[in-house]
Design a protein around this ligand. Structure first.
Ligand SMILES: [Zn+2]
Length: 405
């Protein structure tokens, strides 16, 4: 029965089956007829039979309620890799699980937290991370050089504020194509090496925050990169929003000292889109907007600044920006002057938005998924596991073991 349900073929056969009912285990011992050649478990090359090692086990799909373990022993000598376990039809490389078991665990890991999968399938953190690492390695090796035309570069904190990762997202297919530690130029430099010359040529736009190390990397590695960088509209909105908030905090102190509480509790009103407010709130906010407060002026600057992205043509957009920048730097509001200068300095890569119309919005949905990954995998003991989990869940990779396909 086991020979048939395991799909074992010559030279392999089932030698015996042992039930360990107390332990809840079924052990299936596989033996083989004499063979002249094995394939190396590492590379698949022809390898001479070498010896039979002490039994080695592979966890397979359960038999009813019993954990099922396959055993086999032959080793062979590969000209390149030396003595290795032979290539087995039911498992890959150095895994202690059969391919079908790995495929099952992978499917579950896509749906549930690492902790839940570990508990349900009886796997340790290390086993889960090993499974994911092998799956990602397979997936990355299978990936073909497709053309990537629009990408987003983003940073992601690993353990809040302690260290960062650089992520490259394929904006059209909505997947992460590269993960590297840090957020320096060299963090992004590694990505270009994964692309073919053709892929680099086909790149049209790179959306990113205004971050000099990334800018430098694109300029250095992407043909015509200078004109392909698009500073992300949502990051710009965030810079403007933060500037408004700094104005509000400063003004709030002064007002409060004078017994004026008009700004109290309004922090989020200045960050919201008035079009989406309830009519009652909008009316109240309308009074605040027209109050002549510094915060109201800063807010008007933010809204007017963002109007840039509504333009279709470059010439009027440039005109709008010149006028806006003038207003910002003369506003006597320090945070707004600073953000005005920031935008002016990077303006040639802000205006590229009108040509390419890309934002990191797709990255934001990937970010939400990464938040989930972080939340459901509190056991990240190292950064590599975190990077693997990002590829696993957001990389759009084909993860299943070969023999199960
Ligand atoms: Zn080999």
């Amino acid at each position: 029965m086991y020979r048939r349900i395991l799909g074992i073929e010559a030279p392999w056969y089932v030698e015996r089956v042992e039930l360990k009912l107390a332990e809840g285990e079924v052990h299936v011992y596989l033996e083989h007829e004499d063979v002249e050649e094995w394939a190396c478990g590492e590379c698949g090359a022809e390898a001479k039979p070498y010896d039979h090692q002490a039994e080695r086990g592979w966890r397979h799909l359960d038999t009813c309620q019993y954990q099922t373990i396959l055993h086999a022993r032959p080793r062979a000598e590969c000209p390149e890799h030396g003595v290795r376990v032979v290539k087995l039809p039911w498992a890959e490389g150095s895994s202690r699980f059969t391919a079908l078991f790995e495929a099952l665990a992978i499917e579950w890991l896509k749906e549930a937290s690492q902790k839940a999968v570990g508990e349900q399938l009886g796997l340790s953190w290390d086993e889960i991370h090993g499974l994911m690492e092998r799956a990602v390695k397979r997936g990355l090796e299978r990936r073909e050089a497709e053309s990537v035309s629009k990408i987003g570069v983003d940073e992601k904190a690993f353990r809040k504020g302690h260290s960062y990762f650089t992520l490259v997202n394929d904006l059209e297919r909505g997947r992460v194509v590269y993960v590297a530690e840090g957020r320096r130029q060299r963090s992004l430099d590694g990505f270009w090496e994964t692309l073919t010359e053709e892929q680099k040529q086909s790149l049209e736009a790179v959306a990113m925050d205004m971050w000099d190390p990334y800018v430098a990397s694109v300029r250095e590695h992407v043909p015509g990169g200078e004109k392909k960088i698009v500073f992300d509209k949502f990051h710009i909105a965030k810079h403007l929003g933060e500037a408004v908030d700094r104005v509000r905090r400063g003004e709030q102190k002064t007002l409060k000292a004078a017994g004026d509480d008009r700004l109290t509790g309004t922090r989020y009103d200045w960050l919201r889109n008035p079009a989406r407010m309830e009519p009652q709130d909008r009316k109240q906010f309308g009074q605040l907007r027209n109050s002549g407060l510094k915060t109201a002026r800063a807010w008007a600057l933010k809204e007017t600044g963002m109007a840039l992205f509504g333009y279709v043509y470059e010439r009027p957009a440039r005109k709008h920006f010149r006028w806006w920048h003038n207003w910002a730097v003369r506003s006597r509001l320090k945070p707004m002057i600073e953000v005005g200068r920031l935008l002016k300095r990077g303006f040639e890569n802000v205006i590229t938005y009108l040509r390419h119309r890309v934002t990191n919005a797709a990255s934001e949905s990937i970010n939400a998924k990464i938040q989930w990954v972080k939340y459901t995998a509190r056991g990240f003991r190292n950064k590599q596991n975190f990077a693997n989990a990002i590829y696993f869940h957001c990389g759009g990779l084909d993860l299943a073991p070969d023999s199960t396909k």
